[in-house]
Ligand binder design. Structure first.
Ligand code: UDX
Length: 452
């Protein structure tokens, strides 16, 4: 099939490459001409495992091209995916839908005949209905241009696998058995035939599935981090607790990793966007529920700064603090709403000399936070450190020998914000190992065993 993908950021570029991989003729469109030039060279403007290979393969065969022309996109196909960004409005919780509406205003008047426009971007429920009305108004082909919604659930760092082998497909249409549905079923035929659960809904339900999925994932993380606050008060162990909860099939261990909480370009924004929409709709109960999910997540960052202060003997000012991690999670160079950088910035504001190391995200971090110091080598970054914070769980960090590291640091104190370091190994190497929701090692446990 021939199709376009309007908006070639993380979602759109990955979707375009994966649609070419499925055998379709794909034209990606974006208004950013630098991004288009980069993609046409077969390179992604961000890091995502395997994406450069896919782009290089399919731009070479000619099955995948990129343009900055709406006219070219309108002429290219009858099927158009919308993957433009829907960021958070500055200073507000609500989504900024301007890119989405601008794309429709540009594309639709250029369509010469019937077409299907499929939204993939995350939006507040009700947006597809507004876009349908706008399309009817602008389209020369009137209601022969249909709007459908096909939310995207991809995770950064496994975006290709999540697109080609999703755990479910959700497709929302304005009526039953539309032309849009038959088009989408053809596009995804290989995925559907592989047995992927396919759920067909109305437009509003499809939009809401995405909001609800991300709100649920965020809730799970905040739940365990909320319980970690209780663990801190009574000296209990959040990791063993999470492990014990996870064995209950109804709960499950995935997404129950306690620590510094969630960040990135999706979960924080989507919780706030859902909250804003719940407020507009008068759903006060959901609004206050989500507010607490967000608040617990913010508290994780504050508690980390408090724990760092405690480990610095009550005074952060003048201390050299090394932070392992800048990306919002491992496997990406994305620093959007990165918990690690949020903590780094707060420590810097409190007068610490902050040194950050990350295997992939330092270029992006440097641009966003020129006030911090950056060292590529995670071992050299610990030279003279009064405290080490492990805030993004890259495997390279867990592989470092804490005994070797002990020769570099000024004080052997580590806070593991992601629970990915081997606590016993670090304390055996002489480090005071601390984490949110855990009794400290060696001190508290020794005291507990002495008490025992
Ligand atoms: C998320 C959703 O998973 C995806 O379905 C949606 O389409 C986009 O948002 P992503 O932002 O790539 O994907 O990250 P994800 O892997 O879900 O992690 C989000 C954040 O939560 C990260 O900061 C991660 O470190 C944190 N996290 C995740 C935890 O703190 N604990 C966990 O148990 C899981």
């Amino acid at each position: 099939m021939r199709l376009t993908v309007i908006g070639c950021g993380y979602l759109g570029a990955t979707h375009a490459a994966c649609m070419a991989e499925l055998g379709h003729e794909v034209l990606g469109m974006d208004t950013d001409s630098d991004r288009i030039a980069c993609l046409n060279r077969g390179k992604a403007p961000f890091f995502e495992q395997g994406l450069d290979d896919l782009l290089a393969t399919h731009t070479a065969t000619g099955r995948l091209r990129f343009t900055d022309s709406y006219t070219e996109a309108a002429d290219f196909a009858e099927l158009h995916f919308l993957g433009v960004g829907t960021p958070q409005l500055p200073g507000e919780g609500a989504y900024d839908l301007s890119q989405l509406f601008a794309a429709v205003r540009q594309l639709v008047p250029r369509l010469n005949g019937p077409a299907v426009i499929v939204g993939k971007s995350t939006v507040p429920v009700g947006t597809a209905a507004l876009l349908t009305a706008l399309v009817r108004e602008l389209s020369p082909a009137g209601d022969r241009v249909e709007v459908a919604w096909n939310p995207e659930f991809l995770r950064e760092s496994c975006a290709i696998e999540d697109t080609l082998c999703p755990d479910r497909l959700v497709m929302g249409f304005f009526a039953e058995r539309t032309w849009a549905e038959s088009m989408l079923r053809q596009v995804f035929a290989e995925i559907i035939e592989a047995g992927t659960p396919t759920i067909v809904t109305d437009l509003a339900t499809a939009e809401l599935v995405k909001s609800a999925a991300n709100a649920f994932l965020a809730t799970k993380i905040s739940f365990i981090n909320g319980v970690a606050e209780i663990c801190d008060l009574v000296g209990a162990d959040i990791r063993r607790l999470a492990e014990a909860l996870g064995h209950d099939d109804r709960i499950g261990i995935r997404g129950l990793r306690p620590g510094l909480g969630f960040g990135g370009g999706c979960l924080p924004k989507d919780v706030r966007g859902f909250m804003a929409r719940a407020g507009e709709l008068g759903a006060e109960g959901m609004l206050s529920f989500l507010r607490e999910v967000d608040a617990i997540n913010s508290r994780c960052r504050e508690r980390m700064v408090d724990l760092a202060r405690e480990q610095c003997g009550g005074v952060i000012r003048g201390k050299r603090i090394t932070i392992w991690g800048a990306a919002f999670k491992p496997g990406t160079d994305d620093i959007r709403d990165s918990p690690a950088l949020a903590v780094a910035q707060r420590l810097h504001e409190n007068g610490a000399e902050v040194v950050v190391s990350d295997p992939m995200a330092l270029d992006n971090a440097r641009k966003a936070h020129p006030e911090l110091h950056y060292i590529d080598d995670p071992i050299a970054a610990v030279d003279g450190a009064d405290l080490l914070l492990h805030l993004t769980e890259w495997a390279v960090f867990a592989d470092i020998d804490p005994r070797r590291l002990a020769m570099h640091a000024a004080a052997l104190k580590v806070i593991d914000g992601r629970g990915a370091l081997d606590a016993d190994r670090w304390s055996a190497a002489g480090w005071v190992y601390r984490a949110l929701g855990l009794p400290s090692l060696p001190d508290d446990r020794e005291q507990v065993s002495r008490r025992g």
